[in-house]
Design a protein around this ligand. Structure first.
Ligand code: NDP
Ligand code: OXD
Length: 309
């Protein structure tokens, strides 16, 4: 019997208990799943970064931490954690992110605001370009960036992806590393940020890089707040270098009520809802990883602590 500690909060416990119990059963793992297990008896920890568990040292027998979030920036630097950490890759999360990104890309591509907000009853015909005439650059070609890129390719957009290491995604022009960054920025009529928050990605969008994007570009950030230098973005919005920013994530969440993004006419704020893990599918991913670990196989979606994601 494996003791699986659920350290992810009361609200999630209610959502995850049934799906996780079923998923563990169907993976053939005999498990005792609970929110309350003596630390020295715990075999696996299902985790959310807002959990009260922050000191992993007493969990001497634990074999892995299975994060329910895709982003691991709140746990990856925890020095008390010395066992493997897996991040969440969940088909439900990927679908949610794809729908959110496609929706916001289409909003800007089609210029929907012009017709939705038209207080003067002005007849203003403006025909948008076709998708193949618009380049969308996805910064981050991981589980989520790739799913979004493929959906945008299917709609006919010219899609460019940028990652740390070389990638190959059908229909997508793949660029990588420092050498590929300027070319990616220069083409980004619409930029979608799906990078993790690491020391290497902090302020990737700053005055200089925003200035390398086409005049009047759109910026969509469902990745993490620190990817963007807020002041530089406000400056770029002021000059029209960036026409509009749609932001789901922020350095401080909830976004403080006094933050200038709230009232800016060319900023859309959404409250970190771009995508969420879906218990039915996320539970299967967690159970599969526990089963793999028990079978002596490497964990899927293992975090590289030295890279921070
Ligand atoms: P992955 O780890 O699968 O992908 C990350 C991508 O970023 C990879 O392509 C990686 O490159 C690239 N990358 C990392 N560091 C660099 C760098 N220094 N330079 C260039 N590229 C880099 O993550 P996911 O796709 O699963 O998730 C992405 C992020 O989305 C999460 O970290 C999280 O912050 C955010 N998120 C937001 C949600 C929301 O609701 N707003 C919901 C879920 C996630 P390589 O392929 O070479 O490794
Ligand atoms: C995540 C998120 O990282 O919801 O999963 O942002």
């Amino acid at each position: 019997m494996k003791n699986v500690l659920f350290a992810a909060g009361e609200k999630r416990w209610a959502l995850y208990f049934d799906p996780l119990t079923k998923a563990l059963e169907s993976e053939g793992v005999a498990a005792h799943l609970s929110q309350d297990i003596p630390p020295q008896s715990v075999d696996y920890i299902v985790y959310a970064p807002d959990s009260s568990l922050q000191d992993f040292r007493p969990y001497t027998r634990a074999k892995a931490v299975l994060n329910l979030w895709a982003g691991v920036e709140k746990i990856v630097g925890n020095e008390t954690l010395s066992i493997p950490l897996a991040r969440m890759v969940d088909p439900g999360l990927s679908k949610g992110m794809t729908e959110w990104v496609v929706g916001h890309v289409l909003r800007h591509h089609l210029g929907m605001d012009r017709h939705i907000v038209n207080p003067d009853n002005e007849w203003r015909p403006a025909v948008p370009p076709l998708a193949f005439e618009r380049t969308v650059v996805i910064f981050g070609l991981g589980a989520l960036g790739t799913a979004c890129a493929m959906a945008l390719v299917a709609l006919g957009f010219n899609v460019v992806g940028w990652s740390r290491s070389p990638k190959s995604v059908e229909g997508v022009t793949c660029l990588h590393g420092e050498a590929g960054l300027s070319a990616a920025l220069a083409q980004a009529d619409i930029a979608v940020m799906l990078l993790p928050d690491t020391p290497a990605t902090t302020n990737l969008m700053n005055a200089e890089t925003l200035g390398q994007m086409p005049q009047g570009a759109y910026l969509i950030n469902p990745g993490r707040g620190p990817l963007i230098d807020d002041d530089a973005l406000l400056g770029a919005l002021e000059t029209g270098q960036i026409a509009h920013a749609t932001l789901d994530v922020f350095r401080t969440e909830p976004l403080p009520r006094v933050h200038p993004f709230w009232d800016h006419p060319n900023v859309t704020v959404t409250p970190h809802i771009a995508a969420d893990t879906r218990p039915a599918t996320a539970a299967q991913m967690v159970a599969r990883n526990i089963a793999r670990s028990e079978a002596g196989l490497p964990l899927l979606n293992l975090v590289d602590r030295s890279l921070g994601y």
